[in-house]
Design a protein around this ligand. Sequence first.
Ligand code: MF3
Ligand code: CO
Length: 293
Amino acid sequence: MDFNLLRPGRNDACWCGSGTKYKKCHASFDERLGECRRAGMVIPPRNIIKNAKQIEGIRESAKINVAVLDYVSSHIRAGIATEEIDRWVCEQTLSHNAIPATLHYEGYPRSVCVSVNDEVCHGIPSDRVLRDGDIVNVDVSTVWQGYYSDSSRMFCIGTVTEEKKRLVQVARESLEVGLGAVKPWGCLGDMGQAVNDFVKSNGYSVVREIGGHGIGLAFHEEPWVSYVSRRGTEMVTAPGMCFTIEPMVNMGGAEVVLDNGNGWTVRTADAKPSAQWEIQVLVTENGCEVLAW
Ligand code: MF3
Ligand code: CO
């Protein structure tokens, strides 16, 4: 039995948990989704469609996430150890009555991921000192009253080479390009291909193995968000869906390796630099809203 196909009576409470009558809530949504299903598209499960109350909570969580990243932005500099950033993120998050979502997540030991130069993602804060010329991704995630948020930014430490600066810039612009391709009743492949085409046209490559994810009521929900997907494929982007866009852009080849020393950190196979920005978006009735950048 596919519970996603069961429809409440028109005057019964909607399946989304809003408490509103179905006919005034997700009835037309289900009509539209039915068209998508008949067209052979991949349909989102109901448990990732957020109602208004949940969206409010996720928005609050995202505000905290942004405030923590703002704090990092104004304090990061050459000469500090990456574990200093971990301390800031932990303290700032707690001061907003929230908890860093990565702390103890599947055994991850810290409150933030800090990935430097050829580290693609999941860099574990340590006594490593940031140096002039480094490019650094700081990836912050927050849980506030059960609502999750996740976004990351790049930082250029001191004087950075032109080629690394360009990498950071293209990674950022790829998010804007991806964002422009997210629309209600489209599909994730529209965004994925837009990002990939843009990155390739700039002479860089996108990591295939690691992508974005649904988020909100859990840290990682459906769907998995790829940037090597094709236009017109992958899950329908329906209003109420919340997910991250976080392409990892490599200066050299797309291949990555896992650092077996710590079991977490992913690096480029060719040791060339990698850059990543991450935003959290909500699909709305008429477009999409960036909750955290
Ligand atoms: N913000 C990262 C992501 O969602 C966190 C990964 S889980 C961690 O991709 F444990 F590695 F932090
Ligand atoms: Co993420």
